[in-house]
Write a protein that binds this ligand. Structure first.
Ligand SMILES: [Zn+2]
Length: 265
């Protein structure tokens, strides 16, 4: 066990050894320090930026530092994902490997054509799953008008979408060139998070699987999902209702099994 003062000293030692320490005087931004169950998260920046608030002096790549109170170890997070993501992964795993992997795959969301089998990792049998909205840069996709009624229903399902697996990747919009797209979509009085979950919509015989970013693709990039998906969204039972879960279970036992953490034989 180490104290906060000792943890802070280790964070300071780290930033003083950074190559850019010669060019900029760097300081810990103590007002931002976060105390977590596992230790502390320290933030740092150039002294000049902290004092002047002028963005031109802001450091790049100054990923927050985690110092573990139990081991005293220092872990460098990243800047590709929100800091909360690194913290959540560290709290769960005790290391950041998964977070760094997620950051690495961030911009390479797999392209899957609409309506083909959606081979989700860790789902034993995906034969009843159909991909919708797995768009990627340099791959053309269907564009066209969609009804506001459909958009409303889609956003409604995304308020708290049922997830078979704990999902810790972050999808960025491949078409929003510089920003990676928004983290939320607002429609009417409803605001939903996008990029951090998938949507499962039962239809007649299959389940459509869409990344939550689909709401942004429809809103901002003219995407027109397949007609049968639109119909399924419009007629989908209320998210997480008994009817919804029953419809999922009847079409894919693997999804429900994954949710329980079971492994199918
Ligand atoms: Zn976008």
């Amino acid at each position: 066990m180490i104290t906060k003062e000792e943890a802070r000293r280790r964070a300071l030692a780290y930033i003083e050894e950074r190559p850019s320490a010669h060019a900029h005087e760097m300081v810990l931004v103590d007002a931002l320090t976060q105390e977590e169950d596992f230790g502390w998260v320290f933030f740092y920046d150039s002294k000049r930026h902290v004092e002047t608030g002028d963005r031109q002096w802001a450091l790049g790549g100054n990923a927050p530092l985690i110092v573990d109170r139990r081991t005293g170890e220092l872990h460098v997070t990243g800047t590709a994902l929100p800091t909360e993501h690194y913290i959540a992964v560290y709290r769960r795993d005790g290391h950041l490997q998964r977070a760094h992997e997620n950051a690495a795959t961030l911009r390479t969301l797999t392209h899957v054509p609409d309506l083909v089998e959606c081979k989700l990792p860790e789902i034993a049998d995906t034969s009843n799953l159909r991909a919708v909205g797995w768009l990627a840069r340099w791959h053309d996709y269907a564009r066209g008008e969609v009804s506001a009624e459909f958009m409303g229903a889609l956003v409604g399902l995304l308020v708290e979408p049922w997830q078979p697996l704990e999902y810790d990747g972050v999808h960025q919009c491949p078409f929003c060139r510089f920003t990676g797209g928004p983290g939320t979509v607002r429609f009417g009085f409803t605001t939903v998070s996008v990029g951090n979950s998938n949507l499962f919509v039962p239809a007649k015989d299959v389940i459509y699987v869409a990344p939550s970013l689909i709401a942004h693709y429809v809103d901002a990039h003219d995407y027109a999902p397949p007609e049968q998906f639109q119909q399924a969204v419009l007629t989908c039972p209320a998210m997480r209702s008994f009817a919804y879960l029953k419809a999922i279970r009847e079409r894919s036992r693997s999804l429900v099994a994954a949710r329980r953490g079971d492994r199918l034989p």
